[in-house]
Design a protein around this ligand. Structure first.
Ligand code: NOJ
Ligand code: CA
Length: 574
């Protein structure tokens, strides 16, 4: 989110030895905006293997606080966030974020989760929490050879909610890049054959409504090339989807008969559009470990540089999704992808702990209750987007996949309702302007416009995405309160892009544009909720207006319930 990051801290290392002279280091790093500590067991005599039966790190708070968290869960991070007092939190997956009565913000998480088990938190009474590591099938938590380093246990501490988002503490507690030539790693925007399947209008499997056909893909490539979008994703291009859930089902090297891989590759190249590969594993880790090398090589041989992976399904029996075994699997995937110069977008990932500093090809990931839930459940409430940037987002980029313009699915003509959770009234619980704002507030170096392209074609608001830069020089939070509202400004060169969002309450924010350069006038193009925009009845109504602004301007930002604004500010050439 910033092109330059300061990594400034004081370090203290304590050597702790027991009577028979086996020892470990307890290491602290203290930053301006928080602290990290970890356990380091170096190679030493009389230690030939390490087994962790329990980690008893505790986080004990002197008083209660307001807390935002999801429940501890060894398998999933796709939950709605709870807002409640800290002492009533029974358990949590991290990040868990707090606001004390005197207005101090804190967030507990972990950084650099490498060759270790994921950490959950269990309430031990009152405001006292103990670490509960995700176990192996034999209940052991962590297995190592002769040395070991725990992830950093992190506590971010700030005066304002927005400073949590601006912090780089998690990234800073990761190792420098292991990839020397990073010239092939580039953020990009993308569209894809995706939302139609979640709606039930198209299918992943081959048949009458198959999404990933050669023809459809060409249509998406044409669209991307005319709207300044670098990447196109296709899901359901390879065989196996009809056997989803069975071992060995997905074959990530064999295409369906109606998807001509070579033809699509050639067409994309001609149109100067990048293809985004997709490997759904269905959770079948053992098969994928055998196949991934060849499957990644196939992508790289065809000049494909981005890969989305997925783990929608049960992993091998006895293992948990967030245990050490899976942490190691996900890392092997990142390393193998780096070998083939592939950037990754991981769905159903391991939690984000900042490893993209070490492996910058790890671009973005899910690990959140994302857009898809709106297709086939009661959906994500308006406040969801006002909590995830302050919790899950602190670990790293989120592939939430914003940008649904057909908010109430009014165009679902061929809708076949494949998922029984959808009672037929599923929809997106925001206004259209807020969908656009999420492209800015929810940072992701691979950023999707997730709707079916027919909903963007000729739409006046899509200009915003068309012009949206893919990377940023600096990011600032202009206004923020967890669960209520968020305004983020990001700079690319001399231009600023602002996203503002609100929860279920209508709000007016006054945003001073004092970050603009003095002596220069700018043009602001503002995509806003209109006077008659209404979350229930008329969520897609919006207004575009132009304004002349400068560093003295205070922008009055009006948002209806569930609404937002997307703003582009560029210097006027006068
Ligand atoms: C879940 C992923 O989050 C979604 O993006 C994908 O379309 C499905 N799995 C199928 O792979
Ligand atoms: Ca709220």
């Amino acid at each position: 989110t910033d092109s330059v990051v300061l990594n400034h801290y004081q370090e203290l290392k304590l050597k702790l030895a027991n009577k028979d002279d086996r020892w470990m280091d307890l290491c602290f790093r203290v930053f301006d905006d928080g602290v990290g500590f970890r356990y380091e067991i170096p190679k030493q005599e009389r230690v030939d293997s390490l087994v962790i039966l329990d980690e008893i790190t505790e986080f004990n708070f002197a008083q209660s606080a307001m807390a935002w968290s999801i429940p501890a869960n060894y398998e999933s991070y796709e939950f709605l966030y709870r807002t409640c007092s800290l002492d009533s939190v029974q358990s949590a997956n991290t990040p868990i974020t707090l606001r004390t009565d005197d207005g101090t913000y804190m967030s507990i998480h972990e950084a650099n989760l490498t060759n270790y088990a994921g950490m959950t938190l269990i309430n031990k009474g009152g405001n006292n929490f103990e670490c509960d590591l995700v176990p192996w099938p034999d209940r052991i938590k962590v297995k190592a050879k002769t040395s070991l380093m725990s992830p950093w246990r992190t506590i971010m501490i700030t005066d304002h909610a927005g400073e949590l988002i601006e912090s780089h503490l998690i990234q800073n507690l990761n190792e420098p890049s292991k990839i020397h030539d990073v010239s092939w790693i580039k953020p990009m925007k993308y569209v894809g054959i995706w939302w139609g399947m979640h709606l039930g209008a198209e299918t992943w499997t081959m048949g009458q409504h198959h999404g990933a056909t050669t023809e459809n893909m060409k249509r998406y490539i044409d669209f991307a090339s005319s709207y300044n979008i670098q990447g196109v994703l296709a899901e359901g291009w390879n065989t196996g989807w009809e056997d989803w859930g069975k071992l060995g089902a997905f074959d990530q090297t064999t295409t369906y008969a109606d998807y001509n891989f070579d033809e699509v590759v050639a067409y994309a190249r001609q149109k100067k559009v990048e293809l985004i590969g997709h490997h759904e594993t269905g959770g079948d880790i053992l098969t994928y470990e055998q196949r991934m090398d060849t499957a990644m090589q196939m992508l790289s041989n065809h000049g494909i540089r981005v890969l989305k992976t997925g783990y929608a399904g049960p992993i091998p029996k006895g293992q948990f999704h967030h245990g050490q075994w899976m942490v190691n699997h996900y890392r092997r995937v990142v390393e193998t992808a780096a070998k083939y110069q592939l950037m990754l977008d991981v769905h159903e990932p391991i939690k984000a702990t900042g490893i993209s500093r070490t492996w910058p090809n790890m671009m973005t990931r899910e690990g959140v209750r994302g857009m898809e839930w709106n297709a086939w459940s009661e959906g994500n409430p308006p406040e969801h987007h006002l909590i995830i940037p302050f919790t899950r987002g602190l670990g790293g980029p989120i592939d939430y996949t914003p940008g649904i313009f057909d908010i109430k699915y009014e165009k679902r003509k061929r809708y076949v309702r494949w998922n029984s959770n959808d009672k037929g009234n599923s929809r997106v619980n925001t206004t259209l302007a807020k969908q656009m704002a999420l492209w800015v507030t929810l940072y992701s170096p691979l950023q999707m416009a997730s709707d079916q392209i027919e909903n963007y074609e000729g739409h006046p608001a899509f200009k915003f995405f068309e012009n949206l830069p893919v990377s940023w020089n600096e990011s600032r939070v202009l206004a923020a309160e967890i669960g209520d509202y968020l305004a983020v400004a990001r700079r690319n060169d001399d231009s600023w892009w602002i996203g503002t969002t609100t929860d279920e309450k209508a709000r007016v924010l006054e945003l001073p544009l004092s970050f603009l350069k003095t002596g220069i006038n700018y043009q602001a193009i503002i995509y806003a909720d209109d006077a008659d925009t209404d979350l229930e009845e008329n969520p897609a109504a919006f207004l575009i207006h132009h304004d002349r602004v400068n560093t003295e301007t205070i922008l009055t930002v009006k948002m209806v319930a569930g609404g937002g604004q997307a703003i582009k500010i560029t210097p006027l050439k006068e």
